[in-house]
Design a protein around this ligand. Structure first.
Ligand SMILES: *Cc1c(COP(=O)(O)O)cnc(C)c1O
Length: 219
């Protein structure tokens, strides 16, 4: 399959699952994860109409996206990887959505930078949904309190929750838990589902899915 065919296939599967779940058409956005692929590879996907992209490293994104955004200003770029405080300024300057607010220190750094730059990327809180030691994120039972702290103490608008369920387990219960936590925390959007499980995520209420290899090929 060509890149265009793989993109169409993923969009078609999202549309079918959305309809089968009785959800409104266009209620699920595709974040095309372009990490490790260069600007040359990404361009045809932009030409095919895709506008929302995800990157997991600030520095890598800085190497390709300023140029691509200049060519297509309606691009929406999501940071989906861990963020260090010393990269908060760069992240605020480049990204339109930061999905990985995963601790108080980074929330404070982002709040300060957003005020300083007068630029306000939309924010998601990353939840360590399987409480895995090697993964970043707020513990499930601390999520509502952390969202409240971000909003009330730091003045951050938190739009949604993001998670990466444990590999090699049925992701459904983890997606269901994230949806429940969003309700408790009072946030509307759910970023969940990757190449291997995005249809399950859509069935459990994802508002965006982050799909890389199913579009761009193996990394
Ligand atoms: C790489 C990555 C993805 C995409 O993974 P694929 O399996 O290639 O679709 C999604 N989310 C995050 C956080 C990632 O780092």
């Amino acid at each position: 399959m060509t890149l265009q065919e793989r993109l169409d296939d993923v969009l078609g599967r999202i549309a079918t699952t959305t309809r089968d779940a009785g959800r409104k058409p266009d209620s699920v956005q595709l974040v095309a994860v372009s990490k490790t692929f260069d600007a040359e590879t990404v361009r045809p996907v932009i030409a095919a109409g895709q506008r929302i992209f995800g990157e997991n490293r600030v520095q890598e994104a800085q190497g390709k996206w300023p140029e691509l955004k200049a060519e297509m200003p309606t691009i929406e770029l999501h940071l989906i990887g861990p963020l260090q405080s010393n990269k908060a300024a760069d992240a605020v300057a480049l990204f339109d959505v930061i999905e990985t607010v995963d601790r108080e220190k980074i929330a404070r750094a982002l709040a300060a930078e957003m005020t300083r730059q007068d630029r306000y990327p939309r924010l998601y809180v990353q939840v360590n949904i399987g409480l895995e030691p090697q993964k970043a994120g707020i513990a499930p039972d601390e999520t509502a309190a952390f969202v409240a702290l971000c909003r009330e103490e730091l003045g951050l608008k938190i739009e949604g929750l993001m998670c990466i369920p444990p590999a090699d387990e049925n992701p459904g219960p983890y997606f269901a838990l994230l949806a429940q936590l969003a309700t408790y925390a009072g946030v509307d959007r759910l970023s969940m589902g990757m190449s291997g499980d995005f249809e399950t995520a859509v069935a459990f209420g994802a508002s965006s899915v982050r799909v890389g290899s199913a579009i761009f090929g193996t990394r």
